[in-house]
Design a protein around this ligand. Structure first.
Ligand SMILES: [Zn+2]
Ligand SMILES: [Zn+2]
Length: 293
């Protein structure tokens, strides 16, 4: 079996669930194919997340075109430093000029701000801190961008989607300093049980991805076991983080049932009961009341 072979369709969920974080623009299939495959197994709604200007514009356009797609827009924490440092590859991908500096970041943030005001854009993110991929030279730009996104989410009354990679304490601190929006989601939750208690006390949503199924992910499963049910979400972060037993093969929203079943086992809950809670939580987190889910 090749590493590139798409995993088979899992058995459908009886109760529909949303994929709270995906990147359809980075996957092999068309949007129509991805959505059809997903809904055939009970994944009826997706949050499409933009990571740069081009991706954020695409997310907003796609959400306008499909009732079952809702958008999140942002400059990814690894993208903001590239803009400030004038990384040419980053600029050409975005079709913007390679001027660099804080002015270039402000210009890009202005466009994200405009997109964040659109009705089909339900969240600002993914933003946050990534101490794994961004080196010391990019940290100031990353933090400035994160603070600006928090302000935007609050001003527009949208959810905030956090990317936190090896930066738990700093992310929590900056959220406290700025004042977190009413609805804040830790995407691809990566903390332990202790951090889950901190997030729960602050009312932050914790979105679990396929990596909670990995052998070495016991701390994630411990976190999931203590997280309050009403704050738990599920996501693919596709094409990344394909759940076991398909780790390393391409991920897509139709694989959500694999992760939901693993989560139900960890929480010792029925699959349907968990699925209903996950959908209700996604509606609350992203303000989807009245939308097609
Ligand atoms: Zn992320
Ligand atoms: Zn992502």
């Amino acid at each position: 079996m090749s590493k590139d072979t798409a995993p088979p369709l899992p058995a459908p969920l009886a109760v529909p669930v949303a994929d709270s974080h995906t990147h359809l623009d980075m996957q092999d299939s068309t949007v129509d194919e991805a959505l059809a495959r997903a809904s055939s197994v009970g994944v009826t709604t997706v949050i499409q997340v933009g990571c740069d200007l081009k991706g954020s514009r695409w997310a907003a356009e796609t959400a306008a075109a499909y009732d079952s797609v809702h958008a999140a827009v942002a400059l990814h924490p690894n993208e903001a430093p590239r803009i400030v440092l004038g990384d040419e590859e980053g600029w050409s991908r975005q079709g913007a000029r390679p001027s660099g500096g804080d002015g270039a970041l402000d210009e890009a943030l202005g466009e994200i701000d405009r997109l964040a005001g659109l009705p089909q854009v339900r969240a600002v993110g993914e933003t946050g801190l990534d101490h794994f991929r961004t080196g010391p030279e990019g940290l100031a730009a990353q933090e400035r961008s994160f603070r600006a996104h928090i302000e935007m989410a609050k001003r527009h009354g949208k959810a905030l989607v956090i990317h936190d990679r090896e930066a738990h304490a700093d992310v929590l601190r900056i959220l406290e300093e700025e004042g977190a929006p009413d609805r804040t989601v830790f995407h691809c939750y990566s903390g332990d049980a202790e951090m889950a208690e901190l997030c729960a006390a602050r009312g932050y949503f914790m979105s679990f991805a396929g990596n909670m199924t990995f052998k070495n992910a016991q701390p994630l499963r411990d976190a999931l076991a203590v997280a309050p049910l009403e704050l738990v979400l599920v996501e693919t972060d596709a094409p990344f983080l394909t759940p076991a037993p398909y780790r390393g093969r391409p991920n897509a929203p139709y694989l959500i049932p694999v992760t939901v079943r693993a989560m139900a086992a960890v929480r010792n809950t029925g699959e349907d009961e968990l699925a209903a809670a996950l959908m209700a939580n996604t509606v609350r987190a992203f303000g989807l009341d009245g939308a097609t889910v």
